[in-house]
Design a protein around this ligand. Structure first.
Ligand code: C2E
Ligand code: MG
Ligand code: MG
Ligand code: MG
Length: 293
């Protein structure tokens, strides 16, 4: 099935493709999503990404939420599948890239040159118009392209590898960074990985989280770090929930980490406070992105 059953607040189903007579619900929700886009009800939260072993924060990942007028703040699992199947994903993705690029440019202007990563769905990736759209947003925001990163899942890449590679090559040529998201959870051809125009591998939480208890998970994580390095890629671990795991990943030579052990995704103002609280001397003087913990 294309959709997972979505459970809304108070246990009510927000939308369930498998339910009989769902058509009215679906139309109603699609209408709500369209209005949400028009009214600006979507927001981006930002989760810090840490460089290892020095533990400086070099960037953030933008994660979308829907500030629903009656249901509260909804996570992407509640609205992404419907955005994707309703044709609204293109304007949504454009909004995400524009909002993230403007935010990155504003932070850079304020002396905080954070690299901002956005997630792109399969459909957005496989649009031949994507490179021109992204590049015009980046130049419109006056952002150095290297401060924008695209996170693409293995599934999206493998849906049409040749088209994906062509689209991404155009963006890489202009300096936009590209990472494979949820690596190890899906199925990427290793032969294809060799020729993909990417800069980083992001190891899926499902592998990382079991690393300390499960020898196999540890072996796979180590192998992915090694593979990434041999291909000249940076390797980042996602879903790092404990300090112990963070240390283990640093010992393993993993370049970067992200997860609740560092911080949760936050609205932009909260992120700025968090960065300042963590170290008052941060960003000062050098203009570097280094932040010692
Ligand atoms: P993702 O890109 O793999 O993002 C990581 C997800 O894991 C996020 O969930 C994040 O909040 C969560 N997370 C971060 N650290 C931890 C941790 O230590 N433990 C656990 N258990 N979870 C952690 P979120 O925000 O619900 O997003 C889910 C997925 O929705 C994302 O997975 C991404 O694939 C998609 N998504 C989010 N925003 C967008 C967007 O703007 N556009 C598109 N196309 N997809 C998006
Ligand atoms: Mg991601
Ligand atoms: Mg991920
Ligand atoms: Mg994930």
């Amino acid at each position: 099935a294309m959709y997972e059953a979505k459970r809304g607040h108070k246990g009510t189903m927000l939308y369930d493709e498998n339910r009989d007579g769902h058509t009215v619900d679906r139309l109603q929700l699609v209408g709500e999503l369209r209005r949400a886009l028009d009214r600006g009800e979507f927001v981006l939260h930002y989760q810090p990404k840490m460089a290892l072993p020095d533990r400086s924060i070099y960037g953030v990942e933008a994660l979308a939420r829907w500030q629903h007028p009656s249901r509260g703040l909804l996570p992407p699992g509640e609205f992404l599948p419907l955005l994707e199947s309703s044709g609204l994903i293109q304007p949504f993705s454009k909004w995400v890239v524009r909002t993230a690029a403007r935010q990155a440019a504003a932070w850079r202007e304020a002396g905080m040159p954070l690299k901002v990563a956005v997630n792109l769905s399969t459909r957005s990736l496989l649009s031949p118009a994507l490179p021109a759209t992204v590049l015009s947003i980046v130049s419109g925001a006056d952002l150095p392209p290297s401060l924008l990163e695209l996170e693409i899942t293995e599934t999206a890449l493998m849906t049409n590898p040749d088209l994906a590679a062509r689209v991404l090559a155009q963006l890489r040529a202009r300096g936009v960074e590209v990472s494979i998201d949820d690596f190890g959870a899906g199925y990427t051809s290793l032969a294809f990985l060799r020729v993909l125009p990417i800069t980083a591998l992001k190891i899926d939480r499902s592998l990382v989280s079991g690393m300390l208890e499960n020898a196999c998970d540890r072996a796979v994580t180590e192998a992915v770090v090694d593979l990434g390095h041999r291909l000249g890629l940076r390797v980042i671990a996602e879903g790092v929930e404990t300090e112990q795991l963070l240390d283990a990943l640093a010992d393993l030579g993993c370049d970067r980490a992200q997860g609740y052990a560092i911080a949760r995704p936050m609205p932009p103002a909260e992120l700025e406070r968090w960065l300042n609280d963590e170290n008052a001397s941060e960003w000062s003087g050098t203009g570097s992105t280094a932040r010692q913990r």
